[in-house]
Design a protein. Structure first.
Length: 402
C-alpha cells in the first residue's frame, strides 16, 4: 500500500492535462531536541537527543496537487524508553528511531471550499482533542484515509473522513501494544455553521482500534457531541476567545466494555498586545470506575492537553477533571530575534468520581524565532497526590522549516 501511495502523486505528471505547467515545491522540516526526564519509582533518568528530518516534494497543477514526504528520526543519545526498545528502567519518551513514508497524498480543490484528499495524510480536527497529528512527537501520527471538505469559515460547512489505518508515533519498529499502524474502519465527521461571533458544530468520531494487542479492542469508541468556538475584538489590540464543548462517548465495534461517559470543556482567553491569558475547565468523565470506561482519546494530540508531563495520555478509570490557566507575554524584534515569548501554565487534576486529588503541574516555556529557525526551552513539573508519581521533564528544541 505504501508503494501505491508513493506512486499516485507522481501520476499527476501524466494525463490529459499535460499541457498545464507543473509547479514543484520542495518540503523540508527538521527538529533537533534534547529531552530529559526524571520520574519517581524508576531507577534511571531518561535522556533523549534526537534529530527528526522530513524531506518531501509537492507537485501542483491547476486544481490538483500531489505530495510525498518521508520521515527519519535518529536517536543520537538512546538512554530512554521509547516504548518499543524494552528499556523499562527509564521513563517513557515516545520518540523511537524511525525511517518511513510519512505522507503520500493526492488532493483536488474545487469551488466553494470543496476539497477531496486521498492517501496518507495529516489530519487535525477542531482543537485536536479527539483527532490530531501528535505534532509534538518526533514521529508524526498520520492517517491512510479519504477526506472530503466543503464550505467556508462563514456559513455551512462539512468535513467527512474515512480512515482504514492510523500510522502511530511508534515508527517502523512498533509492535504489540505499541504497533506501527492500527487498522480499523474509522469515521470522523463535523458539520458546522460559522457566524460573526463563532462557529457552532456537531461532530462524530467513530474510532475503530481493531488490534487485539492494543488494549484488547477497549479503545474503540463512538463520540457524538457539540462545540462552539469563536473570538471577538474588545478594543484596539485586544480580543477575547471562548470555547464550549460537550460530548457523549460509548463503546463501539469489538470493544468488550459496556460504558457511557460525558466530556465537557469550557475555556476563555484574552489577548492584549503581547499579553495572553487563558483559563479553562475540562472533564473527561467516568462510568463505573473500571479501566478504560472513562472518556478515552487515543487519536488526540495529547501534548496539547492535561499538562506537558504526559501523565494522562490514558484517562484514569475514575475520569479526569482538569482546572488550568496560562499566562504569557511576547516581544517582537528584540535582541536580534523576530520574536521572543515566555509562558507559564498551571493545572490541578482531580477525578470525576470518588473525589480524588490526582496531583498538580506547573509548566514554563521560553520561545525565540529568527527567520526559518525556532528555538525553545520547556519545563514541566508534576507533583502527585493520588495518581502516578512525581515527574520532571525538560526540553531543549531547535527547529527549521522551509
Amino acid at each position: 500500500m505504501s508503494r501505491i501511495w508513493f506512486a499516485v502523486p507522481l501520476a499527476l505528471l501524466s494525463g490529459t492535462a499535460c499541457a498545464q505547467e507543473i509547479a514543484v515545491k520542495p518540503l523540508l522540516d527538521a527538529r533537533l531536541r534534547y529531552e530529559a526526564t526524571g520520574q519517581d519509582g524508576l531507577p534511571r533518568d531518561g535522556e533523549a537527543l534526537t534529530l527528526r528530518v522530513r524531506p518531501g516534494v509537492q507537485l501542483l497543477r491547476g486544481r490538483w496537487s500531489g505530495l510525498v514526504e518521508g520521515e527519519a528520526n535518529l536517536a543520537i543519545s538512546y538512554d530512554y524508553n521509547d516504548g518499543t526498545n524494552g528499556k523499562t528502567a527509564f521513563p517513557l519518551i515516545a520518540d523511537p528511531p524511525n525511517l518511513e513514508l510519512n505522507r503520500a497524498q493526492v488532493r483536488y480543490v474545487g469551488e466553494n471550499g470543496f476539497a477531496l484528499t486521498g492517501g496518507r495524510q495529516r489530519i487535525e480536527l477542531a482543537d485536536q482533542r479527539f483527532l490530531g497529528s501528535a505534532g509534538f512527537r518526533q514521529n508524526e501520527q498520520t492517517y491512510d484515509a479519504v477526506r472530503l471538505q466543503w464550505g467556508k469559515a462563514k456559513g455551512l460547512s462539512a468535513d467527512l473522513t474515512y480512515s482504514w489505518s492510523v500510522r502511530t508515533v511508534n515508527g517502523r519498529n512498533g509492535a504489540g501494544a505499541r504497533p506501527q499502524a492500527i487498522g480499523g474502519g474509522n469515521v470522523f465527521a463535523i458539520v458546522g455553521y460559522g457566524t460573526g461571533i463563532g462557529t457552532v458544530s456537531g461532530f462524530a468520531y467513530l474510532v475503530d482500534q481493531d488490534e487485539a494487542a492494543v488494549q484488547g479492542f477497549r479503545l474503540s469508541s463512538q463520540t457524538w457531541g457539540l462545540r462552539f468556538s469563536g473570538t471577538r475584538p474588545l478594543a484596539k489590540d485586544m480580543k477575547v476567545s471562548y470555547t464550549a464543548s460537550w460530548a457523549r462517548q460509548r463503546d463501539w465495534q469489538a470493544n468488550p466494555n459496556d460504558y457511557a461517559a460525558d466530556y465537557w470543556l469550557a475555556e476563555a482567553g484574552v489577548a492584549a498586545g503581547g499579553l495572553t491569558a487563558t483559563g479553562g475547565y475540562e472533564v473527561l468523565g467516568a462510568d463505573s470506575g473500571a479501566p478504560l470506561t472513562s472518556v478515552q482519546t487515543p487519536l488526540a494530540s495529547h501534548f496539547r492537553f492535561n499538562g506537558w508531563a504526559g501523565k494522562f495520555v490514558t484517562t484514569p478509570p475514575n475520569g479526569l477533571r482538569d482546572v488550568y490557566a496560562s499566562l504569557g507575554y511576547g516581544w517582537k524584534k528584540v535582541a536580534g530575534f523576530d520574536s521572543i515569548g515566555v509562558t507559564g501554565a498551571w493545572h490541578r487534576f482531580d477525578s470525576d468520581r470518588l473525589n480524588q486529588h490526582y496531583g498538580d503541574e506547573i509548566g514554563l516555556l521560553l520561545t525565540a524565532k529568527r527567520g526559518r529557525m525556532n528555538g525553545s526551552v520547556r519545563y514541566a513539573r508534576y507533583r502527585a497526590d493520588d495518581f502516578a508519581t512525581d515527574t520532571d521533564r525538560l526540553w531543549l528544541t531547535l527547529e527549521y522549516a522551509l
